[in-house]
Design a binder for this molecule. Structure first.
Ligand code: ADP
Ligand code: MG
Length: 507
């Protein structure tokens, strides 16, 4: 060590201080700065001349600025360590007043028999930035998970739950703590419950995908033991050596309920439409048969009068037969009338309904297939329609008939646009327009549009519109058609708020 005089160690120390990447500050027990290296100059923006000999607190923002002298004093008297030998993250203050996060480690030494403190300062702005970014990204992800309506569950390759989103908590009734690290099979009813581990093991062994990336409808088991139908889509994530599976789960109870309801309504409508087609047939038949039957009756009476007074045994027999023919004719009339009455007075239940909802439901049924027919459908419902009394199924049937006619008519043209709108009319009536861009009504049809058996279709019955008119008139409303200026037809009906006619004689 003879060669290394104080000069050489001085030179080495200077070199060390000058080349250190981290800031180095040495202070005395009062806090006066004795050493302030080049890294510190870069970090704080003060030159060494500006700092050496000053209280180190000039490098600190409040509250440290005001408290630092106290710390030193306290340490001097009690020896209680807050930072010495420990190190911690604090804020530094630059010459321009801005602050930055730094990691400060403080060591204690005694040079010249005086206690000194050595502070090593590492700028952690970048690390903080990365941490903040990460935290922000996590917060964003958490908020997405929080709001996403689908439940999300992440499991590891043994099937143990690692993550359970708030929607999953709501759906299954378990809290995160209840399920974390438990086997995901607790969310499944038997037999899946016992088979799931096997599925996973088989997948890991064979990579044969049964559900991953495919998605399917399975049954979920809630905390309270009830089950529900759910749509499950499973994805796979590989992070380093770890393999995780994400499950996206959607409760489809509601959808199934809606589908079932649609089926119910459809069945109802089919039923009603058969009934009213029969009723309509009966009315039409009654109407059509009335003429020949009454003519027949007149002929019978005339024939009877003609031979009345002729005294012959054969004539007496013929009279008897004519009376019988007359009675049978009268009976035929009665039978038809009774049939018509029976069907007309068939159960029709009136409830106060919002026409918009009725229209929407009918469209959900009626427009099945409209997309295939290449029809662009626009629905324009006026808000806050007054509820009106109606037989909902019958009114839906009217809408359905009108929509079907329009869709069918538009098959003959290239531009296929259907508009269905609702509105109030005269304050207390509600109205529906079904506007199409079809070919319009042909003149021969226009005359007898609402009469039974009017059709231009090969397989048409020609009774749809007459049924519609009967239904609307039975509700005290009106149904009519107008030609659109730009082509096509508008069928409109109006329903009064109060039932103006209790029974209809329209049939
Ligand atoms: N939107 C429409 N555009 C053009 N013609 C129509 C329209 N709606 C009905 N028609 C005509 O009215 C006729 C009677 O209709 P309808 O009573 O429903 O019986 P069907 O549909 O069985 O023919 C149809 O055949 C058609 O010629
Ligand atoms: Mg029709």
């Amino acid at each position: 060590m003879t060669n290394s005089g104080p000069n050489e160690s001085q030179v080495r120390l200077e070199a060390l201080l000058a080349t250190a990447v981290d800031g180095i500050v040495i202070i005395d027990k009062k806090g006066t700065v004795e050493v302030y290296n080049q890294a510190c100059e870069r970090l704080f923006g003060y030159t060494s001349e500006e700092v050496v000999g000053q209280n180190v607190k000039m490098l600190m923002p409040p509250p440290y600025y005001d408290e630092h002298d106290g710390y030193l004093e306290n340490y001097g008297t009690t020896g209680e360590r807050r930072i010495i030998g420990i190190g911690r993250e604090v804020l530094g203050r630059r010459k321009d007043g801005s602050t930055f996060p730094m990691y400060l480690s403080v060591g204690e030494g005694a040079f010249d028999s005086e206690p000194k403190f050595v502070g090593m300062i590492h700028d952690i702005t970048e690390r903080r930035q990365v941490e903040d970014d990460l935290r922000e990204r996590e917060a964003r992800l958490a908020s997405i998970l929080q709001t996403i309506p689908d439940a999300i569950i992440i499991i590891d390759d043994r099937g143990l739950i690692e993550s359970f989103s708030p929607a999953a908590e709501r759906l299954f009734g378990y809290g995160f703590e209840d399920v974390v690290s438990k086997n995901v099979s607790i969310l499944m009813p038997a037999p899946y419950r016992t088979e799931h581990d096997g599925y996973l093991a088989r997948y890991l062994a064979t990579s044969e995908k049964h559900i991953i990336g495919i998605g399917r409808i399975v049954v979920g088991l809630r905390c309270d033991g009830t089950t529900f139908p759910m749509e499950l889509a499973v994805g796979e994530i590989v992070i380093g050596q770890r393999r995780l599976f994400t499950g996206f789960i959607r409760d489809i109870t509601e959808r199934q309920r809606t589908e079932r309801r649609l089926q119910d309504i459809q069945a109802d409508l089919v039923h009603v439409s058969r009934l009213s087609e029969m009723g309509q047939m009966a009315s039409a038949l009654a109407h059509e048969l009335n003429q020949p039957l009454s003519a027949n009756m007149n002929y019978v009476k005339a024939a009877r009068r003609t031979i009345d007074g002729i005294r012959m045994p054969e004539i007496a027999r013929a009279m008897e037969l004519l009376d019988k023919a007359g009675a049978q004719t009268a009976r035929a009339g009665q039978i038809i009338r009774r049939l018509r009455d029976f069907i007309e007075k068939g159960q029709s239940t009136r409830t106060c309904e919002n026409l918009n909802e009725v229209v929407e439901e009918a469209l959900a049924l009626g427009l099945v297939g409209a997309a295939d027919a290449n029809v662009k459908v626009t629905v324009n419902l006026q808000a806050e329609l007054p509820p009106v009394p109606m037989d909902k199924i019958q009114i839906q049937q009217v809408i359905l008939n009108l929509v079907r006619n329009s869709v069918e008519a538009m098959q003959a043209v290239a531009r296929r646009e259907l508009l269905i709108r609702t509105m109030t009319e005269g304050g207390d009536s509600v109205m529906v327009d079904v506007v199409d861009s079809g070919p319009g009504l042909s003149p021969e049809v226009e005359q007898k549009l609402f009469q039974p058996f009017t059709t231009t279709k090969e397989t048409g019955m020609g009774i749809g519109l007459s049924i519609c008119r009967s239904i609307i008139e039975a509700h005290g409303g009106e149904l009519w058609a107008t030609a659109n200026r730009e082509g096509g037809v508008t069928f409109s009906f109006r329903l009064p708020q109060r039932d103006e006619m209790e029974t209809s004689d329209a049939l």
